[in-house]
Design a binder for this molecule. Structure first.
Ligand SMILES: Cc1cc2nc3c(=O)[nH]c(=O)nc-3n(C[C@H](O)[C@H](O)[C@H](O)COP(=O)(O)OP(=O)(O)OC[C@H]3O[C@@H](n4cnc5c(N)ncnc54)[C@H](O)[C@@H]3O)c2cc1C
Length: 459
């Protein structure tokens, strides 16, 4: 008997069965708001430790997510631990074996991420987020339900409830807030849907850059700025077929510092055989100064740039794939003592984009969402004081985020990019060093030293 290829291979395009909706008024050990990588990881890790969790997702699967679709090395240990790696490898995906960078002048350098060394180098994959998120959500919802918890799809969290002062738990030195998370109100099934209320003393905000839990912490509780246009990036993505040089399912992803796009970059990330994610990103504060919007900038590069117009000559845009979204960067804010911005208070921990943790140079955020999803779950399980979460997030991610912010600022200068890529193109030693810097954990530690950066750039 032949298997139904469509149902086996394209399982992520099917709905995910998540069981009965819990009764309004039910109490849980923890409530996770958002079912993307950060929320799914937090829910999955909590469920693995036996906690009774409610995970609420606004959309109903299958759903798309605007992204470049690169799942870097940092994600792989969590992807394995949550049992999703084999699922990814059993479905179509692009295995990344290198990154090609080009400078405004057109110099190119290829940084190999050798396949044979993939475990040490942690190169990663590229695959549509519709597929990656579905595989991850499906695994994690099964873990949650297996541990006696519940899942809601199509549930829009509107209101965060607080317990005013009677929480009992020490809010932690310097928190300045006696309020404690008590639960949430969810609107189910669109605008006219019914409302249900669920309770827990542990909330995880994982609903992306507009997360309602993050708003209740950052804006409502602390009157701080949630969105800062110098630290948010606009991103635009399209899927294309038949782009020359992007036919295989193994190979390089490409990052191009094109003159008309600087201070941002243009990317080509193949996601499976003959399908490529094509996109562009730019810091919002800088985009405000541009006459053209991202969509128009991208159309211009594809139609007119000498490096790309021939490659796109026979290509087709996949209908319905053109979408924009925002990237909350993890670059340090000048005046904040809670870097990159506040990510915890009594009974609440924020993860991934809800905590503004996207790498400000590469635009990668899936890895940091998974890392903080695990971290939030661990802190909840260990009953750690809430402020320790904020501290650990910055201790673990701060050095690389600071470093990437420096790199982002350097990459705004065309002459510097021309000089550096030109130099790297000619020097294999520099290419090897870049490989280590991008893919090896030990070398990334070195990257946090300004002296190492200096040596790398100058010699
Ligand atoms: C154009 C672009 C390109 C990018 N490229 C890359 C890349 O190549 N590699 C990479 O690693 N990262 C990339 N990123 C960043 C990456 O997409 C995010 O960092 C990542 O998705 C963060 O995961 P998350 O779980 O925190 O949030 P999300 O993935 O945004 O998930 C949040 C979830 O919460 C749900 N939700 C929202 N509101 C509510 C609500 N009120 N109630 C309940 N649920 C709610 C949403 O439906 C969603 O499912 C890119 C981002 C953009 C915009």
């Amino acid at each position: 008997m032949t298997a139904d290829i469509d149902s086996v291979v394209r399982s992520w395009e099917h709905p995910i069965e998540t069981g009965e909706m819990p009764e309004s008024g039910t109490e849980f050990d923890a409530i996770i708001v958002g079912g993307g990588p950060g929320g799914a990881a937090a829910a999955g890790y909590l469920a693995k430790s036996g906690s009774r969790v409610l995970m609420i997702e606004k959309e109903v699967w299958p759903r798309d997510k605007v992204c470049g679709d690169a799942v870097g090395g940092k994600s792989l240990s969590h992807v394995s631990e949550l049992g999703v790696k084999a699922d990814i490898e059993a479905t179509p995906h692009f295995r990344v074996t290198g990154i090609v960078f080009s400078s405004p002048k057109g110099n190119t350098v290829r940084v190999p991420l050798p396949e044979e060394d993939v475990e040490r180098m942690e190169a990663g994959y590229a695959l549509p987020r519709a597929q990656f998120d579905s595989l991850l959500f499906d695994r994690c919802q099964a873990l949650v339900r297996g541990a006696g918890g519940s899942i809601i799809q199509g549930g829009d969290v509107r209101t965060v409830l607080f317990d005013d002062g009677a929480g009992g738990e020490d809010p932690g030195e310097g928190s300045g807030d006696a309020r404690h998370a008590a639960g949430i109100v969810v609107q189910i099934g669109g605008r006219k849907g019914e409302e249900r209320t669920f309770y827990s003393r542990e909330l995880v905000g994982a609903a992306g850059y507009r997360c309602p839990v993050a708003r209740s912490v950052v804006e409502s509780s602390y009157s701080e700025v949630m969105m800062d246009r110098d630290h948010y990036c606009g991103g635009y993505r399209e899927y294309w077929r038949n782009v020359k040089g992007c036919e295989a399912s193994v190979g390089d992803i490409e990052i191009h510092f094109v003159d008309s796009v600087i201070p941002g970059y243009f990317w080509l990330f193949p996601v499976s055989e003959n399908v490529v994610n094509v996109g562009i990103g730019m810091v919002m504060g800088l985009l405000d100064k541009q006459k053209k919007k991202l969509k128009a900038l991208q159309a211009d590069v594809i139609a007119n740039h000498p490096m790309f117009k021939d490659r796109f000559a026979e290509a087709e845009l996949i209908p319905g794939s053109a979408k924009g979204w925002q990237l909350p960067f993890g670059s340090p804010r000048k005046k904040s003592s809670n870097q990159p911005r506040r990510s915890s208070m009594n009974g609440i921990r924020l993860v991934g984009d809800a905590a503004s943790l996207i790498d400000p140079f590469s635009g990668e955020g899936v890895g940091n969402a998974l890392v903080t999803g695990e971290m939030a779950a661990r802190h909840i399980m260990e009953k750690r004081p809430f402020l320790e979460y904020q501290d650990e997030v910055w201790k673990v991610l701060g050095p690389e985020l600071i470093n990437s912010y420096r790199m982002q600022k350097l990459s705004r200068k065309s002459w510097l990019l021309n000089w550096f890529v030109g130099k790297a193109e000619r020097k294999p030693v520099l290419q090897e060093m870049m490989t280590e810097m991008i893919a090896s954990k030990e070398a990334q530690e070195n990257l946090h030293s300004p002296w190492f950066m200096m040596k790398t750039l100058l010699f």
